[in-house]
Design a protein around this ligand. Sequence first.
Ligand SMILES: Nc1ncnc2c1ncn2[C@@H]1O[C@H](COP(=O)(O)OP(=O)(O)OP(=O)(O)O)[C@@H](O)[C@H]1O
Ligand SMILES: [Mg+2]
Length: 231
Amino acid sequence: MSHSSALTISNISKHYQDGGRQIEVLRDLSLSVAAGESLSVTGPSGSGKSTLLNLLAGLLELDNGDITLQLKDATFSYRAASERARTALRRQHIGYVFQFFNLVPTLTVLENVRLPARLNRRPELEAQAEALLRDFGLSDRFHDFPEALSGGEQQRVAVARAVLLKPPLLLADEPTGNLDAENSAQVSDLLFASCRDQNITLVLATHSNEVAGMADTQLHLDARSSSRSAP
Ligand SMILES: Nc1ncnc2c1ncn2[C@@H]1O[C@H](COP(=O)(O)OP(=O)(O)OP(=O)(O)O)[C@@H](O)[C@H]1O
Ligand SMILES: [Mg+2]
């Protein structure tokens, strides 16, 4: 097994422009995460957790520095990539779990989990959707629609959907932010265990110290470092 980093963040910065104001969110951040390991991101509201995850998802462009993600047979450099290439990366190689589950309401539980296999034309993975749902304790919910499920159940479906393709990178933005303590523990256990077992690198933003503490490495972002007025 290789011990080289799966994910490398090198001297990245990100600011937003808000009218005449320049809002610096991330400044000169560097770190790396090995394949199958986990990183938690904590920090006060507005400190840049979602910004970091959106950069890792390829949804935002870097101001400076680079992010590289090790794929099976290539290293993907975010800085060098077009928006189109980043979209393809996101669809094929990144799983995402959100605070509010984001299941497709018109699809059943099973159809939701199979969706990444459909979109990526990987029919051989469709059968695994059922196995994952069984493992996650949802064997009797295959044909229900998301609205019939509790929050904890919906989030287990979302985790199954995010790991189906065994992506090299899984991003989770406050995945337990809308769950009670019992469901939070259950979902975070599933998320960390699934990623570790399948060698998926996990980056997870959370307000929960308990969930953050489950990660191999913890990053704490401080309150927004600075903001200054443009001339
Ligand atoms: N599109 C945008 N335009 C301008 N400012 C933005 C934009 N998106 C985010 N910001 C600002 O950047 C800062 C970081 O936001 P971000 O959403 O990354 O924080 P967060 O740590 O995820 O917070 P929370 O814990 O509330 O989710 C905040 O001050 C926010 O207002
Ligand atoms: Mg956020």
